[in-house]
Write a protein that binds this ligand. Structure first.
Ligand code: IMP
Ligand code: MG
Length: 180
């Protein structure tokens, strides 16, 4: 059966197999770093949903899950960095080890703003794991502690990443065809 989303993909950037392999490696690294600790892994909805689900199952350390939903003002392709929390964490992170799990770091403004908010709650530690990193686009001094793939400055969709709410269910990361 034809995948109806594929006509919007100009090329596959990271295949399902490559994602699987890299997420396992990241899981092993994170498990080693947090061995003997109890970490709260925070899924940033909605983009991180696929990555969070796969990465969490690759962890062997103790963890609790929490979810946060943020929206940043901006258009479909670009964020303003002004973050509004539409669903906050359920539990306190004070004195806890916290690992934020996010789909992509682009300008970095969203995660910069978010980490500043979370730091005021005084976690024991605060780190960021991103599946994708577009360092060329960075507008502030922040970088993820764990990165799946460094990618070029192209707009990507799939494996949680959306364009106008769609394509999150594509099992791979593809470059979005530009609208003409
Ligand atoms: P930042 O604040 O510019 O780092 O942007 C972060 C958010 O912008 C991500 O969590 C995504 O939701 C969105 N974003 C940035 N680049 C892309 C992309 O290439 N595809 C889909 N969403 C993106
Ligand atoms: Mg997002």
């Amino acid at each position: 059966m034809i995948n109806e989303m594929e006509k919007d993909v100009s090329r596959v950037l990271i295949s399902e197999e490559e994602i699987k392999k890299r997420v396992k490696e990241m899981g092993a690294q994170i498990s080693e770093d947090y061995a003997g600790k109890d970490v709260i892994i925070v899924c940033i909805l909605k983009g991180a949903v696929q990555f969070f689900s796969d990465l969490s199952r690759a962890l062997t350390c103790h963890c609790e899950m929490d979810f946060m939903s943020i929206s940043s003002y901006g258009n479909a392709m670009r964020t303003s960095g002004i973050v509004r929390i539409s669903k906050d964490l359920d539990n306190s992170i004070t004195n806890r080890h916290v690992l934020i799990i996010e789909d992509i770091m682009d300008s970095g403004l969203t995660l910069n703003h978010l980490t500043n908010i979370l730091k005021t709650r005084q976690p024991a530690s605060l780190r960021i794991a991103c599946l994708l990193d577009k360092p060329e686009r960075r507008e502030c001094a922040i970088s993820p502690d764990y990165v799946g793939f460094v990618i070029p400055n192209e707009f990507v969709i799939g494996y949680g990443l959306d364009y106008m709410g769609h394509f999150r269910n594509l099992p791979y990361v593809g470059v979005k065809k530009t609208d003409q």
